[in-house]
Design a protein around this ligand. Structure first.
Ligand code: NAD
Length: 175
């Protein structure tokens, strides 16, 4: 089976989710590809080592720039705050790596254009983590709209309610 060595940048909330997804992937999808959780990257070595042990990564590294240039890395998976995405995506693309990037893509339109240009020029696979698109209820809503069953849509209002940042002292999450 073909293997793909993954470098995951960021090891906290989405880092844990991506680690789990990479582990589960061959269970759900039979595409003849086995992702290898090769190296997980963060800035602080002690919690990073703990995350690597908890999530099952082979190695740790504290400098993403070095990691994205490693010849043994095939895919760079970006799970850091949005202000860091463009620089990592551009460097990874220039090193010829496929890029998976968490949403929101970047903090500014200029950064988004720079990063998209880099992956397009490099000819690498690239994808953003808009995972809610595949939620069954959202897929159903799309089909209802596209089929015309709801008629002409003039206006819609939606709310996404969460209570986990009720504390006004909560630091910015970067999302
Ligand atoms: N798709 C989804 O459902 C979903 C859900 C939550 C968050 N997100 C997105 O995922 C991304 C990460 O969010 P999170 O909630 O995991 O944040 P987090 O704060 O929990 O984790 C961020 C990680 O990035 C690391 N990091 C920060 N700056 C770095 C740098 N310069 N170099 C290396 N590592 C660095 C931190 O050490 C940490 O491990 C954001 O873009 C966020 O919007 C997506």
């Amino acid at each position: 089976m073909k293997t793909l060595n993954v470098a995951l940048i960021g090891y906290k909330f989405m880092g844990k989710a991506h680690s789990s997804a990479l582990l589960d992937y061959p269970f759900f999808f039979k595409h003849g590809v086995q992702p290898v959780r090769k190296v997980i990257v963060g800035r602080h070595e002690a919690p990073l080592r703990q995350a690597a042990a908890d999530f099952g990564w082979e190695e740790v590294a504290t400098d993403w720039r070095t990691v994205v240039n490693r010849p043994d890395i095939d895919v760079v998976d970006i799970a850091t705050p949005p202000s860091t995405h463009a620089d990592i995506a551009v460097a990874a693309a220039q090193a010829g790596k496929h890029v998976f990037c968490e949403k929101p893509f970047t903090a500014t339109l200029a950064e988004a254009e720079r990063a998209l240009d880099a992956v397009t020029r490099a000819g690498v696979k690239h994808m953003l983590g808009f995972n809610y698109r595949r939620v069954p209820a959202i897929g159903l809503a799309r089909r209802l709209i596209e089929s015309g069953r709801l008629g002409q849509i003039y206006h819609w209002r939606a709310v996404y309610l969460q209570d986990w940042i009720m504390d006004p002292q909560f630091p910015g999450s970067g999302s």
